[in-house]
Design a protein around this ligand. Structure first.
Ligand SMILES: Cc1cc2nc3c(=O)[nH]c(=O)nc-3n(C[C@H](O)[C@H](O)[C@H](O)COP(=O)(O)OP(=O)(O)OC[C@H]3O[C@@H](n4cnc5c(N)ncnc54)[C@H](O)[C@@H]3O)c2cc1C
Length: 373
């Protein structure tokens, strides 16, 4: 049996209890239904606002920006509990996980004061404008341009794809080229733009199940003030690489479908014991992945951006999740409908090893570390 109160999570019991109480209250009063992959698909600003009111967003951020100045391991305990409960956290997830931390690490004081309070309050919804039709794995090839005007503002022009929840977002993080640069990794800059800026058009891209969470975002001469650059102009590449470790190094890479494992552990075992070994392996693998996630969080607590460790967690976590869905399919009793939890997880599964960076790209990041060790 898995015990989330022990092991790498020591010292987080009170926080875990707060999350458990909140999720139980919402679930038991029918305000959400646990679903696999709800950190991306479960969009409920009211739930995010309730978490914010309980002080559970921006947990690691300094108190002066509305945070609680706790450790990344504390935040990890909170996110584990939210994922285990299959809670609808998509509205604040990107801001809390990576854009807030990126603004804190690199943003100007003015930008921090402008953006962080709304994130902590669960009011701001961020989407990630990184991928483009010709720039996914090869992110440094982005073609979106940001041209400075004499008045100091920037005009952004380009096309972003697979932008999760852009149709619900208040803000978008955009990676764009400000300067030509001799190498493609040079001359990139990071911007935060308001989604109601004239020139932004969002169009849906339905997923395999017909659900709408992906979008294409056309940026057609959108004017952005210079204060909305995150960090240094032209240094966007090194900054985004750091940011991706926050994106990849969280427990959602292993716990998106945890409710399936909980269901298997709580349910009756096959009389012939045919799945017992696989179930035992799943529990052991998850324990290993949790240790790795806590290692990543501790590295973040020491001020590092653990690029390779996060890539390792993502690669192993995604493989685990795929095997878990397969195990749940075998354990499933009765006809498998698209509405069942296993059916929903099967629909999400193709995206596991692609979103946040393809598996082959994670392998190459990890291998590169080996070659310099
Ligand atoms: C569910 C989901 C949500 C997403 N949400 C967002 C979002 O909110 N914002 C955003 O910006 N993007 C988002 N994405 C896009 C995602 O980041 C890209 O799909 C991903 O980075 C891969 O890029 P690509 O689709 O262009 O594939 P490509 O780069 O064309 O790669 C295709 C395949 O080629 C192989 N490959 C490519 N390059 C290499 C290499 N160097 N070495 C070895 N193999 C390689 C890999 O096997 C890869 O799977 C999302 C994707 C999914 C599935």
């Amino acid at each position: 049996m898995l015990d989330f109160d022990e092991g790498p999570a020591a010292g987080t019991a009170e926080l875990r209890e707060r999350v458990r109480a909140l999720t139980a209250r919402w679930r038991d009063t029918g305000r959400y239904e646990p679903r696999p992959d709800n950190w991306m698909r479960g969009f409920d600003p009211e739930f995010s606002a309730a978490l914010a009111a309980a002080g559970l967003i921006g947990l690691t951020w300094p108190v002066e920006y509305g945070g609680a100045a706790l450790r990344n391991v504390d935040r990890l305990a909170v996110t584990e509990e939210l994922l285990r409960a299959g809670a609808p956290v998509a509205a604040h997830w990107m801001a809390d996980r990576q854009i807030g931390p990126a603004v804190l690490r690199h943003g100007s004081e003015e930008l921090r004061r402008e953006l962080l309070p709304d994130m902590v309050a669960g009011r701001a919804v961020y989407c990630l404008g990184m991928s483009e039709p010709e720039a996914g794995s090869d992110l440094a090839s982005v073609r979106t341009t940001a041209t400075e005007r004499p008045d100091g503002t920037f005009v952004l022009r380009g096309r972003k794809v697979w932008t999760t929840n852009a149709h619900r977002a208040t803000h978008m993080y955009v990676l764009a080229r400000t300067d030509p640069g001799e190498r493609k990794h040079e001359g990139l800059s990071e911007f935060i733009i308001d989604m109601d800026t004239p020139g932004i058009t969002v169009s849906p891209i339905p997923d395999i199940a017909g659900e709408h969470h992906f979008n294409e975002v056309l940026i057609d001469d959108a004017v952005v003030p210079a204060r909305r650059i995150v960090g240094e102009r032209g240094r966007g590449w090194s900054q985004v690489v750091e940011q991706l470790s926050f994106e990849r190094g969280g427990p959602e890479r292993a716990l998106s479908s945890y409710i399936l494992l909980a269901g298997i552990l709580a349910g009756p075992r096959a009389a012939d014991g045919s799945l017992d070994v696989q179930i035992g392996q799943a529990v052991a693998r998850l324990a290993m992945l949790r240790r790795l996630a806590y290692r990543v969080a501790r590295l973040m607590d020491n001020g590092a951006a653990p690029v390779q460790e996060a890539a390792t967690l993502k690669l192993l976590g995604n493989t685990f999740e795929q095997d878990l869905v397969d195990l749940a399919r075998q354990a499933h009793d009765g006809p498998l409908t698209a509405d069942s939890l296993v059916g929903q997880a099967l629909m999400s599964m193709p995206g596991f090893t692609i979103r946040g960076g393809a598996a082959d790209v994670m392998l190459s990041l990890i291998a590169r570390q080996e070659s310099v060790a």
